[in-house]
Design a protein around this ligand. Structure first.
Ligand code: GUN
Length: 279
């Protein structure tokens, strides 16, 4: 599915280029978090694959907040860049909120800026956050109906859980959000027709916590002690009962990247239309 989306985007990028509009993404990474490095490399590779110009700004882990703000201000002003992505998490001395607020909303291809978050609440958005958008695309392309279904989201992060719930609500799901203080988690997850797990706790959802025929979407990406990657769902026990389940790795991850590419192309298209007076 992610490949299909990227192939379509490749054609759109080529079309924009024919019209004299190149597409560009700046990727900013601060420090040397190994997981962030893997994600940033995957994002740059996807850009290359579909013809998007990308440039990386790698800053040391002890970078001052002001230095990062200055960089973002410069990137905001560059007409050749349609998207700015600051890989999270950031080192302790830097406020993620302040950095997100510094990115021009029109270039915020993560859809983390409060302007874009607000637009998601009202349903009138340009960009959707990449992981929730990827989950919705997986659901839609699999022919799974959301309307009227019991949808349970485990996790309430700004990046996944909260926007995920809103997107399922837009599709007319009955949405419940669970988190670390939820009592009787299993009782709630067993009600789910569609269960999205984004809690960051390895294999916390076991087969006995889901109902027969549930759709399980695993956003978790955890490194186990033996260095293996594991999701937030215990794959074998859940797969025995689920109608559909996403693996980790190779499930939601590639869709997240495809959606980042989509947002970048959307931003470039909006910039191109705005420059031609077609707002
Ligand atoms: N860290 C974990 N997920 C994401 C994401 O989608 N975007 C950014 N910028 N950082 C992340």
């Amino acid at each position: 599915m992610s490949q299909r989306i990227k192939n379509a985007l490749k054609n759109e990028v080529a079309q924009l280029k024919e019209n004299g509009k190149s597409v560009g993404l700046a990727v900013v990474i601060v420090g040397d978090d190994p997981a962030s490095r893997v994600y940033v490399n995957a994002k740059k590779k996807a850009c290359e694959e579909i013809g998007i110009y990308s440039e990386e700004h790698a800053l040391p882990g002890d970078t001052a907040e002001e230095t990062l703000w200055d960089l973002i201000a410069r990137l905001n002003g560059r007409a050749d860049l349609d998207g700015i992505l600051v890989q999270l998490p950031l080192p302790k001395q830097i406020s993620e909120e302040a950095v997100i607020n510094a990115i021009a909303p029109s270039k915020d291809v993560d859809a983390f800026h409060p302007v874009n978050v607000g637009k998601i609440m009202t349903g009138n958005f340009d960009f959707l956050p990449c992981t929730p958008a990827g989950v919705m695309a997986l659901i839609a392309e699999s022919g799974i109906e959301v309307e009227g279904k019991e949808c349970v989201v485990v996790g309430r992060s700004n990046i996944v859980g909260k926007p995920m719930s809103m997107l399922l609500l837009h599709r007319h799901g009955t949405v419940t959000i669970c988190h670390s203080r939820t009592r009787n988690l299993a009782e709630v997850t067993r009600r789910a027709d569609i269960l999205v797990v984004a809690a960051g706790r390895p294999e916390m959802i076991t087969g006995d916590m889901i109902k027969d025929g549930a759709v399980v979407i695993d956003v978790g990406m955890n490194r186990l002690e033996d260095k293996k990657l594991a999701g937030d769902a215990h794959f074998e026990s859940c797969a025995r009962k689920a109608a559909a389940i996403t693996p980790v790795p190779g499930g939601v991850g590639p869709m997240t990247i495809a959606m980042l590419m989509k947002n970048t192309v959307t931003s470039a298209t909006l910039a191109y239309n705005a420059a031609r007076g077609e707002v």
